[in-house]
Design a protein around this ligand. Structure first.
Ligand SMILES: NC(=O)C1=CN([C@@H]2O[C@H](COP(=O)(O)OP(=O)(O)OC[C@H]3O[C@@H](n4cnc5c(N)ncnc54)[C@H](OP(=O)(O)O)[C@@H]3O)[C@@H](O)[C@H]2O)C=CC1
Ligand SMILES: O=C1O[C@H](COP(=O)(O)O)[C@@H](O)[C@H](O)[C@H]1O
Length: 605
């Protein structure tokens, strides 16, 4: 049987007596202070006793250890109720008939189920307007599920078991009545799983949670937790949250909502969205997803930096000349033009995925691996950044191209794109962090669709070696001899460091070679999809990889003025052929800061 990679066999760390925590709970009630450790330690104890393992959060700490570092006021029920004994989790995918749900969310849920990472009692619900029966939903998602390459054992059986936990409810996104019907179905499943009967309607979202309720719920040990995944266009986010919160939130456990980007189009609309969501949800309940934060190599950034002495001391303006964050896709909008045209590449990729990577890359050492400590550091970086200027941006759009007899369409040939659109499908930008560590270091971003390759990477170019003894052997182009650290996020995940090396032989000839950590060779196990990690984190209440509202505000503050200027001035993007390396303007922008794009140099590897 597969054991969830998040769990580890344990025993020694089990609390010696559950009574100790019951006493803590009694004291907490008396003092009106609820230590977050109490319920989670109880749950931890129970998990270890029952199943012989302890749940770990994705930062590698058992959740109870993380939360025991702080004392929360007892009204912070979301944290206090995070782990409960014999609870159920219902996951409702709103927009279940859509592209993202089919492509990513259901397959990720199945992968988690396959790995035994989902809670013992869980149910998956699809919700959308399309009329489907449970069986039709199962047929639809059954086609998209795959088995892990390295573990095909019992896959068919597992798939069948998973599909039997999937149900469907058809409804309108703005109908409280339809969400109430969903609530009834959820309750029915939950009560069957927990062995007690549903007790009627639930119309209140914020059920006040008093210590006595917590203690009762701990003693009974049962709560019905609900996760809603909003896989729908952004214009209906608020309707769904309003309806779900009023009629389909959990009366006994947590209710969390995963929200997909885009989170607005600019600072103002993002602020409005946040305010609207917060009319119905607390910040703790909102899980704003940026799936790049769930990618393995992005997760590894902090490990690389903070657990290796050879990197951290070099991580500053003193040794780093520039940092490049590069995203490219070798396909165009292909049917998503309707969505894309309203946003463009800066909003689609830079303001979120690349900026999040930048913040993680550049932040100071957090106090701990706790979500709030990490997010605090990220916000500080974002708030130390200079607002992006138009002079530091280059925009492009792909045009049609014929290669090898194959005709590749222009962006504006996409039937879902308005004729004459000026929306950029490519952008390059130079950003700066005005703090002591990064003063003067250009952070260059480049993102584009319909380019020559599909790739996402971070390239760190180091300074030249002062008074280099081997200057003579390098010739005049010192750039060729500088060290470069490349973190290739995808595909073919790898971390490699370009170093100078003597070519073996009697003469003193040097070349640039790579110290190469290629994941496929070192770690043969398949890397989980980002959505798996993030869904599991949301279920476990781990918020570290989700965007907090102040992070979002800071991110929009950087990009909003330039986006407005580009649109107000109707700046025409530089055209580049589909399948090319993008507009020449990107080279001039880099050259302005004495930088060469690492992915385009002759030494590129
Ligand atoms: N697809 C992707 O790769 C990615 C998507 N996202 C984001 O995830 C969310 C979902 O994306 P995706 O699945 O592609 O979206 P879809 O356009 O496929 O929409 C999802 C579902 O929402 C319903 N829907 C679509 N348009 C409307 C509308 N105008 N009014 C009401 N309901 C509508 C449809 O269901 P029905 O008609 O059955 O109700 C549809 O199946 C979006 O916010 C998107 O920006 C983010 C990253 C990547
Ligand atoms: O968020 C988005 O990401 C995808 C790229 O994601 P990846 O995991 O396949 O690299 C991008 O195609 C899409 O335009 C954007 O909305």
């Amino acid at each position: 049987m597969a054991i969830c990679f998040r769990c580890h066999r344990s025993g020694a760390s089990a609390p010696s007596s559950v009574d100790h925590y019951r006493t803590l709970a009694r004291n907490a009630r008396k003092n009106k202070v609820w230590p977050a450790s109490v319920p989670s330690l109880l749950a931890g104890h129970e998990a270890i006793r029952k199943w012989g393992f302890q749940m770990k959060s994705s930062n590698g700490y058992p959740l109870n250890v993380v939360s025991s570092q702080k004392e929360e006021p007892y009204t912070d029920h979301s944290k206090a109720k995070e782990e409960q004994i014999d609870s159920t989790v219902s996951i409702t995918v709103v927009g279940a008939s859509g592209d993202l749900a089919k492509k990513k969310i259901f397959p990720a849920l199945f992968a988690l189920f396959y790995e035994d990472c989902l809670p013992k009692h869980f149910t998956v619900f699809g919700y959308a307007r399309t009329q489907l029966t449970d069986e039709e939903l199962r047929n639809m998602i059954g086609k998209t599920l795959t088995c892990r390459i390295d573990k095909r054992e019992n896959c068919g059986d597992k798939m069948e078991q998973f599909l039997q936990t999937c149900f469907y409810h058809s409804g309108q996104y703005g109908s409280e009545e339809n969400f109430l019907e969903l609530d009834r179905k959820l309750k029915d499943k939950e009560s069957k799983q927990m062995g007690f009967l549903s007790n009627g309607d639930n119309r209140n979202f914020f059920i006040p949670v008093f210590p006595i309720n917590m203690i009762l719920s701990l003693q009974v040990g049962k709560s019905a937790n609900r996760l809603f995944y909003l896989s729908i266009p952004p214009n209906i986010f608020v309707d769904v949250v309003r309806c779900a919160s009023r009629t389909a939130s959990s009366p006994t456990g947590w209710t969390r909502v995963i929200v997909e980007k885009p989170f607005g189009r600019d600072a103002q609309s993002s602020g409005e969205l946040t305010r609207s969501l917060k009319q119905h949800l607390t910040e703790d309940q909102i899980f704003r997803i940026d799936h790049y934060l769930g990618k393995e190599l992005v997760e590894n950034l902090s490990v690389l930096r903070f657990s290796n002495l050879v990197f951290e001391p070099l991580w500053s303006r003193k040794f780093i000349r520039n940092v490049q964050l590069i995203f490219s896709e070798d396909f165009g909008t292909e049917g998503r033009g309707g969505y894309f045209d309203n946003y463009g590449i800066i909003r689609d990729i830079m303001q979120n995925h690349l900026l999040q990577i930048l913040a993680l890359f550049a932040m100071e050492t957090p106090v701990s691996l706790d979500a709030e400590d990490i997010r605090n550091e990220k916000v500080k970086v974002l708030r130390s950044m200079r607002t992006l200027q138009l002079d530091d941006v280059v925009v492009g759009q792909y045009k049609g191209h014929t290669r090898g007899g194959r005709s590749l369409p222009a962006y504006i040939d996409d039937p879902t794109v308005p004729k004459g659109s000026l929306t950029p499908t490519f952008a390059a930008a130079a950003l700066f962090i005005d703090n002591a560590r990064w003063d003067g270091v250009p952070f260059l971003m480049k993102a584009g669709k319909a380019l020559h390759t599909r790739r996402a990477e971070i390239r760190v170019q180091f300074r030249h070696v002062p008074g280099n003894l081997y200057k003579r052997n390098f010739g005049t182009d010192l750039d060729k001899a500088t060290n470069e650290l490349v973190i290739r996020v995808q595909p073919d995940e790898a971390i490699y460091l370009k170093i100078n090396n003597k070519i073996p032989g009697l003469s003193m000839r040097l070349d640039s070679s790579n110290l190469n950590l290629l994941y496929a060779s070192r770690y043969p196990r398949e890397i989980p999809d980002a959505y798996e990690r993030l869904l599991l984190d949301a279920i476990e209440g781990e918020r570290r990889l989700f965007i907090r509202s102040d992070e979002l505000d800071a991110a929009w503050a950087l990009f909003t003025p330039v986006l407005k200027e580009l649109e107000d001035k109707r700046i025409a993007p530089e055209l580049y052929p589909y399948g090319s390396r993008g507009p020449v303007g990107a080279h001039y922008l880099a050259a302005k800061y004495n930088v060469r794009w690492g992915d385009l140099s002759s030494q590129y590897s």
